[in-house]
Design a protein around this ligand. Sequence first.
Ligand code: HEC
Length: 126
Amino acid sequence: MKIFSIPPIALAAAVIALTAGCASTCKSKASLSIEQIMEDGFKGKESLSARISKGQGNEADFKKMAFLTKELALNKPSKGDLSSWTEKTTALQAASESLVAGKPGALDGFKTAVNCKACHSVHKGD
Ligand code: HEC
């Protein structure tokens, strides 16, 4: 009698799908490129990040930022150390999650973590 009628290939796919759900230490792939994320959330004076830093963000903005920074952390920069990248992007993601959760001091934390120049000087190619 066969208890498991699930074909091994389907099982393997399920395992891959499960492991893809975890943090940036896993080899899950980002669905947005760094460029797309920068364009979508960071570029310009009226960007999502600019509005949040000015204290003008609402809950939907925070959630979008949490999503974008999670995607950012899943990317790999073409320049600079991966450990430095992981440190910066996970700090940024954590700060965005704190905004979503409405934690005290979350805005200051975000403003510190969203330092464009600190990240670009190390990770942005010419
Ligand atoms: C955690 C790191 C990080 C932070 C923080 C960050 N950036 Fe970037 N940004 C990058 C990287 C890496 C690139 C290069 C992307 C590439 O070309 O692959 C980039 C590229 C860009 C680009 C060029 C995108 C394009 O169209 O080619 C703009 C504009 C930009 N960033 C704006 C900003 C602004 C404004 C801020 C701050 C409010 C910011 N970024 C914060 C990492 C960061």
